[in-house]
Design a protein around this ligand. Structure first.
Ligand code: LLP
Length: 467
């Protein structure tokens, strides 16, 4: 049953609860997150990937990318649904620990992990640490040695493919901060002396990533599990994922031949796009998984290797469609604009009680969202509108272009769907606004706050006053 539905009265409901009841109990702005949808999407993704790869005799682990949306409850739901958890910092790891997610089901990422973060991960016994660079391999090796442990490590590589998405969230081309280059001739950039490279059997023609592999392989405190890549986020086309998988698998086979070992795993990251507006055409998890499984299996056959154990790290595609944000309409005003024919038209500016502090994505990535009148039927004449926040800058736009009913009035509730990913986790206190609560809904339970609304006291607690 869909979680977001109009009741007969015309009002929007979430897992059976009318938004007016949610607003009465929890006020606005509020993130409303459907536990039912999250669990269903998590399970759907996991089984789609498991089934598609099982058809080729391969095994899969699906990690939920916690960076997209994480609370203690959410970490637990992901685990309940059989997903592993991808964490990107000591803070995310702390939350996973608090939720009781077992260490072996957690991976730690990041391009600049602190010593404390690595120590914490090793101490908790995380299943994988994804090393982003040669210096990180060295640091992980020395911390693990000092702790008398063997660190299970994946090496993040840069596939060198172009992912069609916003520049800020594309991570596969060479000139960006993530991963180690697989390009021949980049080994001298690894920062080791010629003598050190010689000792590892590395030449100037080798790749930067090969230095990391050699170092990890030689270290007794690292158990090198395989390679990792992630090409970017909010991607619809399959080509980028396929091209990256092909490049990494081919390189992996070269390493296997070169070093005489078999790296048993590959992690192909996340990045599957979701529909924010009607213009977006996301593909289903089964279609994505089948396509990827075919590509991986073909590539492995071509390069003559057995299909390694595969991992995937979807975040947005699980959490994004599970959440909506509720806002209350405040001031409404008309502004004269010139259309493309030079004619004067009116654009209605609708202000709401949140904005770029609860959803920074429009201002960061020019992201588009849809919006709907939620407390009643959005009927009658529709007027060209722009929904804006209450922050002190003109870029504080929630919805750039939309049509909303002519009789929209202060006090009406607007719902913005698709805000389950990268909203709550990227929220701020800009202009000293308190951050909204996260309300979880489910058909089986009464709606409840899983993150409470921030109070002014919370917000001011770190300001030490007139010291
Ligand atoms: N794995 C790795 C290594 C990642 O860096 C990411 C996202 C994911 C998995 C999950 O990607 P997803 O399936 O959610 O696309 N703040 C940006 C998105 C940043 C993505 C960062 N990494 C946004 O709001 O669009």
């Amino acid at each position: 049953m869909p979680s977001f539905k109009r009741a007969e009265s015309g009002e929007l409901t979430v897992d059976g609860t009318p938004v007016s009841a949610l607003v009465e109990e929890f006020q606005t702005p509020a993130y409303v997150f459907s536990e039912d949808t999250f669990r269903a999407r998590a399970t759907e993704f996991r089984s789609a990937f498991e089934t598609a790869f099982a058809a080729h005799g391969a095994e899969v682990s699906v990690y939920y990318a916690g960076k997209s949306f994480l609370t203690t409850a959410v970490a637990k739901w992901a685990e309940d649904e059989g997903l592993y958890l991808d964490t990107a910092s000591g803070g995310e790891l702390a939350l996973a620990q608090r939720a009781g997610v077992p260490g072996e089901r957690i991976a730690l990422h990041g391009n600049n992990k602190s010593v404390a973060e690595i120590r914490r991960a090793l101490d908790y016994g995380v299943g994988r640490i994804v090393a982003d660079s040669v210096p990180e391999v060295q640091i992980i090796a020395s911390i693990a040695a000092e702790m008398g442990l063997v660190a299970p490590v994946m090496l993040r590589v840069t596939p060198g493919v172009h992912a069609s998405t916003h520049d800020f969230i594309a991570t596969a081309h060479e000139d960006q901060k993530f991963g180690q280059s697989m390009a021949a001739g980049t080994a001298p950039l690894a920062g080791l002396t010629v003598v050190e490279l010689n000792e590892l059997g590395i030449t100037a023609e080798d790749a930067y990533a090969t230095v990391a592999v050699a170092l990890a392989h030689r270290s007794e405190s690292i158990d090198l599990r395989g390679l990792h890549c992630h090409i970017g986020s909010q991607i619809f086309e399959a080509d980028g994922f396929g091209a990256a998988a092909q490049k990494v698998l081919t390189y992996m086979q070269q390493l296997n031949e070169r070093f005489g070992f078999v790296l048993p795993e590959i992690d192909l990251g996340g990045g599957y796009g979701i529909g924010y507006t009607e213009q977006d055409a996301p593909r289903g998890s089964a279609e994505i998984a089948t396509e990827l499984a075919d590509m991986v299996s073909k590539t492995c056959a071509n390069v003559g290797m057995a299909i390694p154990h595969l991992s995937f790290e979807p975040g947005r595609s699980i959490s994004g469609p599970s959440g909506i944000t509720l806002y209350t309409v405040g001031t409404i005003k008309n502004v004269a604009i010139e259309d493309e024919n030079g004619d004067t038209r009116v654009r209605r500016y609708v202000s709401v009680d949140g904005g770029m502090s609860d959803n920074p994505r429009p201002v960061l990535y020019e992201s588009d969202y849809a919006v709907t009148l939620a407390n009643r039927e959005p009927a009658g004449e529709q007027i060209l509108s722009r929904v804006v926040g209450k922050h002190c800058e003109s870029g504080d736009i929630v919805i750039r272009y939309c049509y909303l009913p002519a009789d929209l009035a202060a006090g009406d509730i607007l719902a913005v769907p698709g805000t389950g990913a990268y909203n709550h986790v990227m929220s701020s206190n800009y202009n000293y606004l308190t951050r909204p609560p996260v309300i979880a809904t489910s058909g089986a339970k009464a709606p409840r706050a899983i993150v409470r609304r921030e109070t002014e006291e919370d917000m001011l607690a770190r300001d030490l006053g007139l010291v």
